[in-house]
Design a protein. Structure first.
Lengths: 113, 187
């Protein structure tokens, strides 16, 4: 018989070997224990994943209220700040500055001549 | 099947347990050689799945995962046992000379061929026994078995070839009568 045939025969025999079987009592006991551990672990995982009541309250109610209050406050402050600016006085000094810069140059020109 | 397990679905756990327990138990019995140890390790394997199910990756091959855990647990158990045996030898008290009682599985394996094959399998070094059990008995592909054993696929194939050859030789030796015995009979 060839080496390959031997290997095939051994493989076929190994597959056909009867499987050792677990007793019914041990089967049930191992299943029950591991099932309990699985359920306990899943429940603990769900508890870890579930948000606390404070987090739920914050995300559902307080957070939108806080954001709205901050936005409104910022808009009110910006509006009041803009209203407080005297736009007429802000425009005039720039005009004066243009005139004062032209003055000395003209004076210099006059001196050079 | 991994996704329901991750969600904590008990029905999925029952189904996985029902599907994989026979193979895992057979694998562990043939690795450990004793049903009591195999039961203990089987329990530990399922407890590992129970506590780690939520952390499994979505693409996990559950069967390979379970066999990897079972194999690693057996390796750890074996290391501990070897340490214990060393301690027992130190105190000159060892049960090595006592004949081991046949396990229920030994008694169930009635056919002579099966008995010889089981004996050949048990006589293999652990590294070879693992791969033969995974590929030839449990039907894993050599590459999947390599992943379970933490080997490169080519190394696993080579180990498998050696193991099959060793089983073949062991079977031939068991069939052939010892040369000395034959001469003794003729004289």
């Amino acid at each position: 018989m060839s080496h390959g045939k031997d290997a095939d025969e051994i493989a076929a025999r190994l597959v056909a070997l009867p499987r050792p079987t677990l007793g019914a009592a041990a089967h049930a006991q191992i299943h029950a224990r591991s099932r309990d551990a699985f359920l306990a672990s899943a429940a603990a995982g769900r508890a870890r994943a579930a948000p606390s009541s404070w987090v739920r309250c914050w995300t559902r109610a307080l957070e939108p209220i806080a954001i709205a209050a901050i936005v409104v406050g910022y808009l009110v402050w910006t509006a009041s700040a803009l209203a407080a600016i005297d736009w007429g006085r802000l425009a005039l000094p720039s005009m004066h500055r243009v005139g004062s810069m032209a003055g000395p140059r003209a004076a210099d020109g006059e001196q050079n001549d | 099947m991994v996704e329901p397990l991750r969600r904590g679905d008990a029905t999925a756990f029952d189904e996985v347990y029902r599907r994989h327990t026979p193979g895992l138990f057979a694998f562990l019995v043939r690795l450990a050689g004793r049903a009591a140890i195999a039961e203990e390790l089987l329990q530990e394997t399922w407890l590992r799945l129970a506590t780690h199910a939520s952390t499994l990756a979505g693409d996990t091959n559950l069967r390979a995962w379970l066999f990897t855990v079972a194999r690693n647990l057996y390796r750890s158990h074996r290391r501990r046992s070897l340490l214990d045996i060393d301690r027992l030898r130190f105190w000159r008290w060892t049960s090595r000379d006592r004949p081991a009682a046949p396990s229920p599985h030994d008694l169930a394996v009635t056919s002579e061929t099966e008995r010889r094959l089981e004996a050949a399998l048990a006589s293999l070094p652990l590294a070879q026994r693992e791969i033969v059990l995974l590929v030839a008995v449990e039907g894993f592909s050599p590459s999947r078995a390599a992943a379970v054993l933490g080997l490169r696929p080519e190394a696993a194939r080579q180990r498998l070839r050696r193991a099959r050859a060793a089983i073949g030789e062991a079977l031939v030796e068991r069939v052939r009568p010892p040369v000395g015995a034959a001469q003794g009979e003729s004289s």
